[in-house]
Design a protein around this ligand. Structure first.
Ligand code: F0G
Length: 414
């Protein structure tokens, strides 16, 4: 029989899996879910087609910490496409480029993988009200999953700093949205204080169950590559939960004897919000929080990432690196991905491609490498940025001639 419990990543103290704690009561560090598996793990149909268990988070239910699979709050999350990008391969001179397109998820970002598990745990714990701080996507996802579970939802977002698509999702799903005059880090600080009160159930990535759902993306990549592991995994980093989730996912595949090595993890931050990159470059043991953060990639506009410790570990232990890309590089990558491959990612989701463009120019990737870039959110989340960056479409009269004139095509050639 499988059992699971919580273990502090700092002092190693352990707590029952049913404890309603988000951090270690003894030392305050974050918690990890650890398992002891029985032979139920053999029921996961690794590499055996997707038949009755489609690709997605719950295909791997034996590796997830829920009590009753029949009661999960789910909308079919995960099972996102891994898209081969041959045009970019040619353009950048990289062996194999794949984009794991997390925009395919029910609310348009990878957050749904974590929320299906996290909100299921909230229901298990008897919670009535969920709460999160968010740069946008967490709020969209939590609002939707809370609605489905019949829970009240409260979200705190930095005023004026969240993309329109995300805000509209949180509102339509019925969350109580508060725009805080402050940063994401301020919002999270407040949420951490409020959730000392058991009326609120915290669903930021401090919650260890969120990362359990998110780790399934690593399993999917392994299956979608027919049992292979990429050389590099390139992933945007904000609060640094997702990179830790992938690290855990690939680590578990290794523990299960399915793979020998982990990919090298490349964590990409926006240059205007890059505390992990700075710590990496300086070879420091810890990060220095940054107060004034700014980037077009509002999803990763975070100066004090809670999951920094394991993120740095994931990068260092896999022989990877931390990188920072400018807003101009992010927007160039977003355009390139959309115009060459038909993949529309929001700016944060395009940050890995921005790194790849730069790395290929600087010879940091080999011509025969296989890389997987995680496009974490759908481009339609943030239409404003495209409208702002590109010229407005010209208006023309309602006649074929004016259309041709505007297109500068001679009427005779048609
Ligand atoms: N990409 C997107 C599209 C995101 O929304 C986020 C985080 C990240 C990358 C970074 O992931 O925080 O796990 O390192 N968004 C959070 C939110 C913070 O509130 O929606 P991370």
């Amino acid at each position: 029989m499988r059992s699971y419990w919580l273990r502090c990543i700092g002092c190693g103290r352990e707590y029952p899996g049913s404890s309603r704690i988000y951090t270690c009561p003894a030392c305050g560090d974050l918690l990890d879910v650890v398992y002891e598996h029985g032979d139920e793990v053999s029921r996961i149909p690794w590499l055996r087609g997707y038949g009755s268990r489609p690709l997605g988070v719950w295909r791997y239910r034996e590796l997830l910490p829920v009590e009753d699979y029949g009661k999960v709050v789910s909308m079919g999350e995960g099972g996102t496409r891994l898209i081969r990008c041959r045009n970019l391969e040619r353009e950048l001179g990289v062996g194999e480029i794949y984009v794991k397109y997390e925009g395919d998820n029910p609310t348009g970002s990878f957050k749904d993988r974590g929320m299906t598990v996290g909100v299921t745990k909230a229901v298990e714990a008897g919670a009535r009200t969920t709460i999160c701080a968010s740069t946008g996507n967490t709020s969209s996802s939590l609002a939707a999953y809370s609605a489905r579970a019949g829970l009240e939802c409260v979200v705190l977002v930095p005023a004026g700093k969240i993309a329109l698509g995300k805000l509209s999702q949180a509102i339509i799903h019925g969350a109580r949205v508060l725009a805080v005059r402050g940063s994401f880090d301020d919002c999270l600080r407040i949420v951490r204080i409020l959730t000392r009160d058991k009326r609120f159930y915290l669903l930021n990535s401090i919650n260890p169950f969120r990362l359990e759902g998110q780790k399934t993306a690593a399993y999917e990549i392994y299956e979608q590559l027919s049992g292979a592991v990429p050389d590099k995994l390139i992933i945007p980093v904000g609060n640094a939960g997702n990179i830790v989730a992938y690290w855990k996912g690939f680590g578990e595949l290794r523990s299960l004897g399915l793979i020998d090595e982990l990919p090298s993890f490349v964590g990409v931050q926006a240059a205007g919000a890059a505390p992990i990159y700075k710590a990496y470059v300086e070879g420091a043991d810890g990060i220095k929080p940054i107060k004034d953060v700014e980037t077009v990639a509002t999803a990763i506009r975070i100066g004090n990432p809670v999951n920094w410790k394991r993120a740095l570990k994931a990068i260092r232990e896999t022989g990877g690196l931390a990188a920072a890309v400018s807003d101009a590089e992010i927007l160039e990558a977003q355009r390139l991905l959309a115009s060459r491959e038909g993949i529309f990612a929001e700016p944060a989701g395009a940050a890995p491609i921005a790194f790849l463009i730069k790395a290929s120019r600087e010879g940091l990737v080999e011509g025969d490498e296989r890389v997987v870039c995680i496009a974490t959110g759908h481009g339609l989340k943030d239409p404003g940025i495209v409208v702002k960056t590109f010229e407005k479409p010209p208006e023309v009269d309602a006649s074929p001639d004016s259309v041709l004139q505007a297109l500068e095509i001679s009427a005779k050639a048609v």
